[in-house]
Design a protein around this ligand. Structure first.
Ligand code: CDP
Length: 246
């Protein structure tokens, strides 16, 4: 993060490098049932991000010492393919993916009715095939839909978005260049119905006013993204009505 003088992220009218206004989202496409062998699955394309999520469970937690006698344990594993980024990523977990897996597991635990399935685990495998900034919130948004697609009882959906600061302005849904060269990056995920914040991380600096402005942009955006989640799930039932899916 930090703006080298040769990268101009906003033009004189406040328009961003990819042509968006400050409050505009990148295009989002979300589909369910993309994998045959998972209990539930989803694929999200968000800007240049392409992410597949597979859900298995609830099944008996293993190894046994990981069991919780009161609830299901959600084990999310976020993985970036070697070819998902400009510079080949070394395969396997690193500090960043371990951290993202942890914050995603925690956020999803707030939405799933984990108390219904003591001693079990629910696996959420997240495979980032192409990364373009905002993968953690795109993964969470898709994971929530994959869990619902697996028929796992949930009290709410998790839906995420980022805001950030570029050239002194608060903007929604950072692109890769804005993430790299901007002044702040604030990924947030909320529960769709209640607005409860279940993930919030910050890189860089925002004033209190900028933070509040960003949070209000996030709340408006997540309501729209939640509509995309609902549509993705209802598309499946439309297909079933027409005899297009089993
Ligand atoms: O993806 P997200 O914004 O949640 O996390 P980040 O750590 O802020 O990473 C921002 C972006 O940097 C990612 O989405 C990737 O496009 C890129 N990145 C990369 O090019 N190489 C890595 N090893 C990790 C991230």
């Amino acid at each position: 993060m930090g703006t080298p003088s040769n990268v101009k992220l906003l033009d004189e009218n406040g328009i961003r490098l990819d042509g968006r206004g400050p409050q505009e989202l990148r295009p989002i496409r979300l589909r369910t049932d993309v994998l045959e062998r998972a209990d539930g699955s989803a694929m999200i394309e968000w800007g240049g991000n392409k992410i597949i999520v597979a859900v298995y469970g609830p099944r008996e937690a293993y190894p046994k010492h990981t069991q919780d006698i009161e609830k299901a344990v959600i084990k999310a594993r976020y993985n970036m393919a070697a070819f998902s980024v400009d510079e080949r990523k070394r395969p396997g977990p690193d500090r960043r993916s371990v951290e993202i897996s942890k914050v995603i597991s925690e956020a999803l635990t707030a939405a799933v009715m984990v108390e219904l399935f003591p001693r079990t685990q629910i696996d959420v495998f997240i495979e980032v095939a192409q990364a373009d900034a905002g993968t953690r919130i795109a993964s969470l948004t898709a994971a929530s839909v994959a869990l619902a697609n697996a028929g796992i009882p949930m009290r709410d959906f998790v839906v995420g978005c980022t805001v950030g600061k570029v050239e002194g302005k608060v903007v929604l849904d950072l692109s890769k260049e804005e993430d790299n060269f901007g002044q702040a990056d604030l990924p947030v995920a909320v529960l769709a119905k209640t607005g409860e914040v279940v993930l919030i991380q910050m890189d860089g600096d925002l004033s209190k006013e900028e933070f509040n402005e960003g949070m209000s942009m996030i709340m408006t955006a997540t309501a729209r993204i939640h509509e995309i989640q609902r549509t993705a799930l209802s598309e499946k039932y439309k297909e079933m009505d027409m005899g297009g899916a089993e």
